[in-house]
Write a protein that binds this ligand. Sequence first.
Ligand code: PLP
Length: 389
Amino acid sequence: MRIAYFDNNATTPPLPQVVDAMVSRLTDGFGNPSSSYRRGREAREAVETARGSVARLFGCAPSEVVFTSGGTEGDNSAILGLCGVGDHVITTAIEHDAVLNSCRALERLGGEVTRLPVGLSGQVDPDAVRRALRPNTKLISVMTANNETGVLQPVEEIGRLAAMADVWFHTDAVQAAGKVPLSVERFGCDLLCISAHKIHGPQGVGALFVRRGTPLKPLIHGGGQERGHRAGTENLPGIVGLGLAAEAALAGFEDGTVEWIRGWRDRLETAVLQSIDGATVNGGGAPRVGNTTSLSFNNVLAEAVVAALDQLGLSVSAGSACAAGSREPSHVLMAMGLGAVRARSSVRISIGKGNTADDVDYLLAVLPDAIRHLRASSPQRRAPAQDAK
Ligand code: PLP
């Protein structure tokens, strides 16, 4: 059976050079970067080389990069490391749970949170951010790209207004890294986080940009690693893997990878819209990263599509990986006003550099029939199309 993986927003296959470098750091090249003898010094050098690579991906100084355990820790650190009792945070209703639940934790500590809605486009309105500012607003946290729809948020505009209002600005760039060029200067952000496993690096490691002078308190206490921002012996194999993944992500903007992925995604969407009645692209009118499509097919449940495609060797997802299996319709699609019926019939297909043109052809060859078959046997088939609102 043909196998094709189309869930690259959930996680990506680690690149061969990432795996090789990690294995060698787990075998001959092990060491504690804090040790003063040769093995330790070599480990330190490897960590700093990786820091330089991540700094190039962010467009910042290496001293502004803090290694973390991933995107979730980056979001928690940004919000809970900066804000406390009496502080107000502005965020959006479409953030990842790592942000939404950090905000809930802040509320339990006595902080205040405004969650801004988004329009049908999937984008937050910068004017709504401006209007939400209060005298006690300490932080704005708006993601760079959404994990379910790929819709890019107006981070540059929000960064400018955060600077004018003298408010700190965090952006979760986990789903933007490697897909659009990141630049902490252009974004005007003080904090930005990424996750290695979304850019063909390993799971359980990530990085947080902390602009020099940002008064971020550590969440993890212990030794003074990461200049006091994040205690604990560095994850040497993971950090080395992240560094190489960051280099490969940068190369993808030069060697055409990002463009051919966008081309396949666009071809896929055009073909699906032509061949499947009632198919729509969620957030299709907004600027988006080039690898993601969120497709809704009326009269069919997303879980059924995922299961049917799985039988055919294809991995796609119903909403985000974290929410998959939950009975609730996607909070992102609901916040866009698509309604529960349409949200429950939405499937995310996310392409990566591990895919080939044959994978896309295979998906296109089987998807229309799979949907037709499911619709014919769907208990929803009599549901009126306007329910899709
Ligand atoms: N933020 C976004 C937008 C994500 O998509 C994810 C993962 O799905 C995360 C944060 C969490 O990252 P990690 O899996 O590294 O904790």
